[in-house]
Design a protein around this ligand. Structure first.
Ligand code: A3P
Length: 286
């Protein structure tokens, strides 16, 4: 069997090589978006799967049939993965729902004149790095996580797969045309309001009952129990659910269980210098 943790390098960034090839990454940058496309953009561990579920439910008017019968990666495929075209062609969704982790400096030019509806989901970076760390431990296609302090340094340096979190969020949020920026924390604290904001952006209004159904079926417990969203369908050689769950905790502030005082001080100094030119505010705590 081919090694799973093989790395693909593209424009100086690292990608999991069993999912990405130079060709598939290059093709992503040449993709022709249609105005009716919905594009979910995120840095890993920011709420991507949650957004895939919510967008599927909004486009199905709250009916959970699609989200409970088709895996998330087939109803909202990743643009940069090598089987994207095949999955997209087979997608049962009425509108094309596409997902990407690509940074804005690579994909922005492709989207420049497009009216595709883009949703950027972000999460406070301390929870992102903790979630990513645990994910590295169960995802055999990612490099060894190492110790948490080492992993945090790689996150702050931008040398983890998919590159720098700082470049990612600054790139996508400074280009707001057609981009709705939503946060994990906003969804966590007011899922109903978040779905209303998303359905308005997608120009897909929901009746009260439809909205109630969306809220119900995208809850953490519903998704944790939905094998079309919780990644338990993935081969154990790729994601080992004996080592941890993909739908792990789903909370705000889990970073407090991993950050020592020293790590927090180090994080803050890097964060302050890298985000100096950025006015975004973050919710760190419930
Ligand atoms: P944790 O590891 O902190 O639990 P992504 O889909 O971008 O990879 O993000 C995965 C993270 O989103 C995981 O975070 C996962 O538990 C969380 N998540 C997924 N669905 C969620 C939901 N419905 N409610 C809250 N968190 C959710």
């Amino acid at each position: 069997m081919a090694r799973l943790d093989v790395v693909e390098t593209f424009h100086g960034l690292f990608f999991p090589g069993h999912l990405h090839t130079k060709d598939s990454l290059q093709q992503a940058l040449q993709f022709s978006f249609q105005d009716s496309d919905v594009l979910i953009v995120s840095y890993p561990k920011s709420g991507t799967t949650w957004l895939q579920e919510i967008v599927t439910l909004i486009s199905s008017k709250g009916d959970p049939h699609l989200s409970q019968t088709v895996p998330n990666w087939a109803r909202a495929p990743w643009l940069e993965q090598h089987y994207f075209a095949a999955l997209m062609a087979a997608s049962p969704c009425a509108a094309r729902i596409i997902t990407t982790h690509l940074p804005h400096h690579l994909l922005g030019p492709t989207l420049k004149d497009s009216k595709a509806k883009v949703i950027y989901v972000s999460r406070n970076p301390k929870d992102v790095v903790v979630s990513f760390y645990h994910f590295h431990k169960m995802a055999n296609f990612l490099p060894e996580a190492g110790s948490f302090p080492e992993f945090l340094n790689r996150f702050l340096e931008g040398t983890l797969h998919y590159g720098s979190w700082f470049d990612h969020i600054k790139g996508w949020t400074s280009q707001m045309n057609n981009v709705l920026h939503i946060t994990y924390e906003e969804m966590s604290m007011d899922i109903r309001g978040a779905i209303e904001r998303l359905s308005a952006h997608l120009q897909s209004p929901l009746l009260e009952d439809e909205l109630n159904n969306c809220v119900k079926h995208c809850s953490f417990s519903s998704m944790k129990g939905n094998k079309m969203a919780n990644y338990t369908l993935v081969n154990r050689e790729i994601m080992d659910h004996n080592k941890g769950s993909f739908m792990r905790k789903g909370t705000i502030g889990d970073w407090k269980n991993m950050f020592t005082k020293e790590l927090d001080t180090h994080f803050k100094s890097v964060f302050e210098s890298k985000m100096e030119d950025c006015t975004l505010e973050f919710v760190w705590d419930e």
